[in-house]
Design a protein around this ligand. Sequence first.
Ligand code: FAD
Length: 309
Amino acid sequence: MSVSDILETRSAFSFEVFPPKTDVGMEKLCGEGGVLDKLYTLNPDYISCTYGAGGTNVGKNLEVLKKIKADGKCIPVTHFTCIGNTKEGIKEQLQTYLDNGIDHMLALRGDLPFGWTGTGGDLHYATELVKFVRQEFGDKFTIAVAGSPEGHIACRSLEADIAFLKQKQDNGADYIMTQLCWDMDQFRYWLDAIRAAGVWLPVDVGIMPILDQAATINMALSRNGCVMPRELCEIISKNWIFPNPFEKEPFDANVEGKKASFKEAGIEYTIRQIDEYRACGINGIHLYALNKYDDVARIAKEAGLLDLI
Ligand code: FAD
């Protein structure tokens, strides 16, 4: 069964991991009894693995996905971007995934490296990538595409962004995976707006667990320009530990205590957010596992995600 078939029939639940840079990190994720083995015990429908724009980590990305495929516990999904890729290169890489039994992909333009004005490759947008994959590979891939409930940071308008999402559907995409969005009013507005625009694809919602102050601020502001609701800002303020969140040295004697209380409040916030998303009638929850198990497992369990299957 493909992920899009699952999303059409019931709510799905999945994780996202990233390819570690070091051998130690690879062992922690892919080794025996490692994070992947532990994540399988939660019975996710799929696990996706990110892809460095420009293909910088493509070897490790494939290694992680091959392990998920070989373990046979859930569907492996690769992220894939146009950045710096020629059409020939894209064909070769995608054929390699297929040869390894990986037939699900998230088709992305990719984040442009700082200073770049275009992809530096043959394809410029995810719309083109979806079309190209369908032309070259027919229905061999199940294709997910990104959706941005707040509008992509570089879009000229939310309406334009929604029109391009519709184009991804028309070009052959199977389902949508959303960008991080904490602003639930905006999410509901976007969901209504895409449906009104004729986008009927299932929506699998991306959730970043709130576990660490600097990572949360970084994720929201370094690239995506996400709105942080008052409740989330209060959690950050009440547990503030750094004069500058990116300074290594904290100024507060109770740093460890505040980190722990931040994480506790963040986990509770994440669970409430999942409740709100599920009440919107979305089709799946995709948890960014951040290559961790314990906190992510707690969120999945307490949010009731393990009972979806
Ligand atoms: P597109 O859909 O191509 O959109 C990019 C911009 O161009 C938007 O502003 C859009 O409005 C505009 N646009 C789109 N189509 C057209 C068109 N035909 N003509 C004119 N303008 C157009 N990045 C990575 O590098 N690696 C990853 O593994 C990764 N994983 C991700 C996972 C998820 C779930 C999400 C939501 C994002 C992920 N990203 C990843 C980030 C993503 O690559 C960036 O958000 C990127 O900047 C845009 O990708 P996209 O596929 O949304 O681009």
